[in-house]
Design a protein around this ligand. Structure first.
Ligand code: ADQ
Length: 473
């Protein structure tokens, strides 16, 4: 039994991965048949929250990553972990269905049509209640509970009903849509009331917080002043907390001689081209991968870029592979890659290197170091950490970032080559400006963005949110 905690994080996933017997490393937990090995998963969120969790004897509630009964609660690296069980059916309906085929596209400007299913909605409700009950069980009297992201929007209200003594924060990692789009959601009032169960609702951008405040007024008639909503005799604050990365970690990696050596090796393996253009994304239709490839193809066709002087590397991390939209996207992207290589590649010299794989942090850092131009062109993105990682990894190297105006990161990384990803000519122009920028100008832009990131890393994001939550009476 896990002790009651004064600080609790609730997220869809636990920040750990189970290690199989043939993988080295990992800590053993439990005893007898229940002995399992776990390793902390890499990621900014856990890095940022780890010190707070350790200091406050915190507990993290989430799914372990394997369907079926949940493992017993355990401790790893000073954090208490409380697994929540998800069955195959929960995964299909709550996670792949309602979270990733309904809410995800709807909150990303409907870039793919959302699918609405009553049984998914019901599963979302049931699973959200399970997380809320787990939080109610482990939270100490008057504890702070921080709920994360779009999979768990009903948890704040459910938890408040069970435990009115708690201080509840919620952070949405993805965009929050304008009223007209949100109104399509069949569960709209329930989701809105779910979020209003929190004391503080955090968003990536100010515009998203404003969308939320206006929506509450439109749908429930709640009065507000500034960014505080009056709801059922309580005050709910909505504010922007742009998330960031562990800047120090990325800079240390980029400074590591082995990583630098690997970057040189990558360039050599690519045939030492003049310009390496890089894309790193989850294979997701919001990331604008197809648009980017098309822009590159048109530049090659027009002779504004040529192979082998320039080469593109597109890393597309496998993601949500059982969801239909994602299967269709993979086919489209791979067809486009094939077309470009068919038209512009030569034997042993492809125009696009396409990698549908996951990489270690150090290999990613080496790719960032090897790239002259980084293309981050999502059609809509809450923040986009890849853009920030590239900037942090560049140290003194210069390099250029092409960045979509529709990524939250565009609000901060103003020295990037900004573009509207829906406007192919604008993407092509931004890419050409990035390819041809002189070194001095590139360094100047990069150093302004680096300075911003050094002052706004993920630890500051977490502390800003928790300080504001703590200040709410
Ligand atoms: P994501 O949509 O997953 O996050 P992003 O912010 O770019 O997008 O984060 C992706 C992370 O995965 C980065 O840290 C990146 O390094 C890593 N990654 C990508 N490809 C990889 C690969 N092949 N191998 C290993 N690691 C890889 C959601 C929202 C974003 C928001 C974040 C955080 O959609 O808008 O920025 O949450 O709030």
């Amino acid at each position: 039994m896990v002790d009651r905690s004064p600080f609790v994080v609730v997220a869809n996933r636990l920040p750990v991965d189970e290690v199989t017997t043939d993988t080295p490393g990992g800590r053993v937990t439990g005893s007898g048949d229940s002995r399992r090995r776990w390793r902390r998963s890499p990621g900014g969120l856990v890095t940022a929250l780890h010190p707070v969790l350790v200091e406050r004897h915190g507990t993290w509630i989430g799914w372990s990553g394997s369907p079926g009964p949940a493992p017993d609660p355990f401790e790893l690296d000073g954090i208490n972990l409380r697994p929540v069980p998800l069955s195959e059916e929960d995964l299909e309906r709550y996670y792949e269905g309602q979270s990733n085929a309904t809410i995800w596209p709807l909150y990303h400007d409907n870039v793919e049509p959302p699918v609405f299913r009553r049984r998914w909605r019901e599963a979302y409700r049931v699973v959200n209640r399970r997380y809320a009950e787990a939080a109610a069980e482990v939270a100490a009297q008057g504890a702070t509970v921080w709920v994360q992201d779009y999979q768990l929007q009903l948890v704040p209200a459910m938890l408040r009903e069970l435990r009115p003594d708690l201080k509840i924060g919620f952070f949405l990692h993805i965009p929050f849509p304008p009223i007209e789009l949100f109104m399509q959601l069949p569960q709209r009032a329930e989701v809105l009331r779910g979020l209003l169960g929190a004391d503080l609702v955090g968003f990536q951008q100010r515009l998203a917080a404003q969308n939320f405040i206006r929506l509450a007024r439109h749908l429930l008639g709640t009065p507000y002043h500034g960014n505080v909503i009056e709801y059922e005799g309580r005050q709910v604050k909505a504010d922007a907390f742009p998330i960031s990365i562990d800047v120090g970690e990325m800079q240390r990696l980029a400074d590591n001689p082995l990583v630098r050596e690997r970057a040189v090796q990558i360039r050599a393996e690519l045939g030492d081209p003049k310009t390496v253009i890089l894309g790193v994304d989850r294979l997701d239709y919001t990331k604008g991968i197809e648009h980017r490839l098309k822009a590159y193809r048109e530049l090659l066709a027009a002779g504004r870029l040529s192979v082998p002087e320039s080469v593109m590397v597109q890393v597309a991390t496998p993601s949500r592979e059982r969801v239909e939209h994602y299967q269709a996207l993979r086919i489209k992207v791979e067809r486009e890659v094939g077309r470009i290589n068919g038209d512009f590649g030569r034997v042993g010299v492809p125009a696009v290197h396409y990698l549908h794989q996951s990489y270690s942090r150090s290999e990613l850092a080496a790719l960032y170091c090897a790239a002259d131009v980084m293309m981050v062109t999502p059609l809509r993105d809450g923040m986009n950490l890849v853009a920030k990682e590239y900037v942090a990894a560049r140290l003194e190297h210069g390099g250029a970032l092409v960045l979509s105006e529709f990524a939250g990161a565009a609000g901060e990384l103003r020295q990037a080559f900004l573009c509207n990803p829906h406007d192919l000519d604008a993407v092509k122009d931004a890419l050409m400006r990035a390819v041809t920028v002189d070194e001095h100008e590139a360094r100047r832009r990069m150093s302004v963005m680096q300075r911003h990131l050094r002052r706004h890393d993920v630890a500051r994001w977490a502390s800003d949110f928790l300080t504001e939550l703590g200040a709410i009476p």
